[in-house]
Design a protein around this ligand. Structure first.
Ligand code: T6T
Length: 326
């Protein structure tokens, strides 16, 4: 009996030594990134930042999205991603309200949910209140501040006088709603001599934004400026100014910085472009998901910055690195 016990103890110790010698491989986490749409330089750049972080951390990254910025197209993509059961989902929800219930399904399936760029509900998560506080974190630019920066630039360029309008996507998107809100508040506060006309909604279609510019100009021949509140709104508004031959008379302030903005700034068609830092949003998104999955607590809000691009700094490599990839 004694000999048997001694042999058993020897076996246990032996097995322990064998297991200790096998390196324990940490779990490879799968993190999905669902953009607002796949063919937008902003999200393409966010994807590259997310890939860099996934590579550094040894995580597996899935990038799956819809061809247009629309909850009707995005929800089926989200459902398909939930069915693949990744460890975490990073998503730019295309509507503050319509993505709440579809995302709750992901949380119920014990998938960590983090929103990037846009938010659901009020964007205040993990507060224990409201129907949309369940995502773990919101990682984005400060879009109210972005709208204020745009208003200050346009207000100064116009010497505090004139008529302007906001070219925007559609109501219900957290980012572009906040940019418009910040723009209007700053105009009211610091530029009372500037009239802000009714916002034109283009449904993320640059051609629609270009035609709207011409229609607003036909109704208001003294139009002096436009704020394009996202990439397609700005591209379209600038194109509208060019086609109308009003370069210099209608000043353009652009949100976002696709490669073509460089030429538009150099030619004077666009006065300033407010570049977001989408690669950082993607990078911090993956890093935050990884930290959470590894048992750490993560901040409920992570803010990324802007780079304001003008004729004076557009050739500076420290600025040029924030031009989006296509
Ligand atoms: O401006 C970005 C993004 O921040 C916004 O939520 C939607 O539009 C863009 O993707 C640019 O097209």
């Amino acid at each position: 009996m004694r000999r048997a016990l001694t042999r058993l103890a020897g076996l246990v110790v032996g097995l322990g030594l064998i297991f200790a010698a096998i390196p324990v491989k940490a779990k490879t986490y799968t993190i999905a990134l669902i953009p607002g749409l796949t063919t937008d330089d902003f999200y393409i750049t966010m994807h590259s930042g997310a890939e860099a972080a996934a590579k550094a951390l040894g995580a597996n990254l899935i990038f799956q999205g819809a061809p247009d910025f629309n909850p009707v197209s995005q929800v089926p993509v989200l459902d398909a991603v939930i069915a693949r059961h990744p460890d975490a989902i990073l998503i730019a929800p295309t509507d503050k309200t319509q993505l709440i219930e579809p995302l709750r399904k992901a949380a119920a399936a014990r998938i960590a949910v983090i929103t990037v760029d846009t938010y659901i509900g009020t964007g205040r998560y993990q507060t224990g209140s409201g129907p949309a506080d369940f995502p773990l974190s919101y990682i984005a630019s400060d879009n109210i501040l972005g709208g204020e920066i745009a208003a200050r630039a346009l207000g100064k360029a116009l010497g505090g006088k004139g008529k302007v309008y906001v070219s925007n996507v559609k109501p219900g998107i957290s980012t572009t709603d906040q940019r418009e809100q910040g723009f209007k508040a700053e105009m009211q506060r610091d530029f009372p001599g500037i009239t802000v006309l009714t916002t034109q909604f283009n449904n993320d279609d640059a051609n629609a934004a270009a035609s709207q510019l011409q229609a607003v100009l036909a109704r208001n021949p003294d139009l002096s400026g436009v704020f394009g509140a996202n990439l397609f709104s700005a591209l379209g508004a600038a194109q509208g100014v060019k086609s109308a031959g009003k370069l210099g008379q209608v000043r353009v302030v652009a949100f976002d910085a696709p490669p073509s903005i460089v030429g538009d700034i150099k030619s004077g068609l666009v006065d300033i472009a407010i570049a977001q830092h989408p690669a950082e949003i993607g990078w911090f998104g993956v890093a935050a998901a990884y930290a959470h999955l590894s048992g750490m607590s993560i901040p409920a809000v992570i803010g990324t910055g802007f780079t304001v691009i003008t004729k004076d700094n557009v050739n500076d490599p420290a600025v040029r690195k924030f031009i989006y990839h296509d």
